[in-house]
Design a protein around this ligand. Structure first.
Ligand SMILES: Nc1ncnc2c1ncn2[C@@H]1O[C@H](COP(=O)(O)OP(=O)(O)OP(=O)(O)O)[C@@H](O)[C@H]1O
Ligand SMILES: [Mg+2]
Length: 236
């Protein structure tokens, strides 16, 4: 089971939007079963998931303290990919999630504020020796700052060669639990997500192959009182 986390201490960079979209795209491309985990107390990803009509991806209720053992249970249940959304700013919580992740994706808007804030998240990832990549999100077409942002970020790590542009369908689709692909699979935004997943998938495969020990989670397994609640949406 592969574990992909979206993290950025900067609020509003696109963690939740991209986590939901990539999970749906991964499932559609046969990389599932995919489970979503929301570690943000704001619960935006959970809210989005509860609006969904589709049964997939599934949603796993867990807490950061139970995360490592719950991931083991999800792997035992046959999940192939877990996509984790994280809160902004709460460093200690983000650290714990990064510890159990294989690949950390840092969405970054091409703005001076976001670029300045990216360094703090990079430090967290590097301190834990994890693989990471930036995704430039909500870019304006033909804006010079977009290419400048990619160049600036490339000094700190890999930048996904797919830029996600600012498009209203990202926000619109999330309102009723969908994704841009479910609104219009031929839309430009859908193509960007498809390309981004292809790139992430290849990177995840590469990272996954380098992990030798299957018991890679650093938080010791604790006695559980409850199995993780993997919910399915009710069929209409
Ligand atoms: N590519 C995009 N195009 C248009 N709107 C976007 C795009 N990406 C994100 N948004 C919008 O920007 C806002 C913030 O996005 P999102 O909630 O995904 O960020 P976040 O990093 O999860 O925020 P937080 O740090 O508060 O959890 C949302 O209203 C979302 O719809
Ligand atoms: Mg969020």
């Amino acid at each position: 089971m592969r574990v992909l986390t979206f993290a950025s201490q900067k609020g509003g960079s696109g963690k939740t939007t991209l986590a939901g979209h990539i999970a749906v795209q991964a499932e559609a491309m046969g990389a599932g079963p995919v489970a979503l985990i929301d570690t943000d107390p704001q619960g935006s990803l959970a809210d989005w998931w509860h609006e969904r009509e589709s049964e997939t991806p599934v949603f796993a209720h867990t807490s950061v303290s139970e995360l490592a053992s719950d991931l083991r249970e999800l792997a035992d249940m046959g999940m192939k990919l877990v996509v984790i959304d994280t809160p902004p700013a709460i460093t200690s919580m983000i650290e714990k999630v990064i510890e159990v992740s294989e690949l950390v994706v840092i969405p970054t808007r091409p703005s001076p504020h976001d670029l300045r804030a990216a360094g703090a998240t990079v430090q967290l990832v590097e301190a834990l020796n994890k693989s990471m990549m930036f995704v430039v999100n909500a870019a304006s077409r033909r804006a010079r700052i977009t290419s400048e942002a990619a160049i600036a970020l490339s000094q700190h790590g890999i930048v996904a060669p797919v830029t996600i542009h600012q498009r209203t369908d990202f926000a619109a689709s999330m309102i009723d639990g969908r994704t841009v692909m479910e609104l219009d699979p031929k839309a430009r935004s859908s193509k960007e997500i498809a390309q981004l997943w292809d790139y992430m998938n290849a990177k995840l495969n590469k990272v996954h192959r380098t992990i030798i020990s299957p018991d890679r989670f650093t938080i010791p397994r604790r006695k559980r009182t409850q199995v993780p609640g993997v919910e399915q949406t009710e069929t209409a």
